[in-house]
Structures are given as structure tokens and as C-alpha cells.
Design a binder for this molecule. Sequence first.
Ligand code: URA
Length: 237
Amino acid sequence: MKEETISLARALSKLGYCSRARASLYIKGGRVSVNNRLVKLPSAKVDIDNDIIEVDSRRIAKPTAVVIMLNKPSGYVTTSNDELSRKTVYELLPKDLHLFAVGRLDMDTSGLLLFTNSGQLQDRITSPDKEVSKTYIATVNGKLTFDLIDKFLNGVEIKDGLVVKADYCRIISMDLCKTRVQLTIHEGKNRQVRRMFEAIGKTVSGLHRSSIGKLELDLPEGSWRKLSNEEIDSIFS
Ligand code: URA
């Protein structure tokens, strides 16, 4: 797939070399060349596939795509630098990999979270057009009726005029105090599942993501592993 031209600072970040902010510093500091010519403008456009980008005369090659699956425990934030000094998901990953999260899970949500060094893969997984489905197990307080489930399948309004649907929804178990529901959605609006339940008057007390596309979480809580190429493909099949 051919990349469009992007800014030099973004290219260095996409190549996994450093953050965009740091790249801007390197570029302004005269450490970066493109096709053997010094470039001091972070916004200069480059073609990440065809241009030869060097930092301190060392070529920065496109890394092979790495995708990591993490079983995120509840209580960790999906950010690399938390202003409130809460525990971050990056504390659970190896330090030597320059990876970014594919989408995010709320601090109180557990389950399958992907990380990659490939901007293209990240865009493919999170793009609304690609409709990659995500399956969640939600625990809600009290009992649920089947017509509430129907509402999810027909569409609920989570914000003025914003209606979202579940592609699939079923009750796994129910007792007087709580109901466990499995649901699959393909959009990725902020706090979508919790807001869908709020829209039908229910509060989510636990939320866990069990799969993305056909890729199912198969790790103990807090563990991570690299995906094979077949597994990466299964996200889109
Ligand atoms: N929906 C939510 O409400 N929270 C998440 O973390 C993911 C989906």
C-alpha cells in the first residue's frame, strides 16, 4: 500500500524512532536528512516508503509490523504519561518496544488491548469504515429484560442525535443482583458500551473486552504476547 506524504516529524514517529515532539527537536537541531539533504523543517513533507530518512547519518528504516496483545487489568490507564500519576498500561509492556495503543480501554475496563508500531495497522483497526468488531462482556446491576436487549440491536441514543447499535447481544446470566451481557459493536465511540447501558437506565459495574474481529483474548490478566501474521489477518477477516 502506498503511503501519502506526511510531515518529517510524523514520519520519524511513525517509523518508531521517537515521539513527534522529539523528532521536531532533532530536525530543528540539524540532525536529520532526507535523500542526503539536510532538512530543518519538521513540517517538510516526505514519502515514508520511498524517501531515505537519516538521523545522525544513520538510516531509519521502516520496522516490520509488530502487534502485541495485552490482557489489560482494570485500574490501568491507556496512556503513556498520566498527569495524575496513575498506573499506565505501558508499565505492563517491555520497555524496549516503541509501541502505541490501538484505541483505548477505560481505566475500569479490562481485557484485550492491542499495541503496534505500525501507523497503517493502527488506522486499519480503528477506522470506522473498516468496521472491525469488538466483543465485550458487561456486568450490570440488577435484572435486564429482553426488550432492553432489543433496544441495543435497534439502536440507542447515547448523545443528542447520536444513535449507536449493537451487532449482537445476548444475556449470559442473570440473578436478582446482576446481569452479565455479551455484546458486539463495530464503532468505537468514547465509553460507548457504558453509555449504551446508561441510555437504557443501567449502570455497568464491570466491563471486559474479549475479542477484536476474530482475535480472541487468551492470556492471563496483566500478560502480553506478540501476534503471528495469521493472527493479525484474523482481526480483519
Ligand atoms: N466501551 C466503554 O464504555 N469502555 C471501554 O473501555 C470500551 C468500550
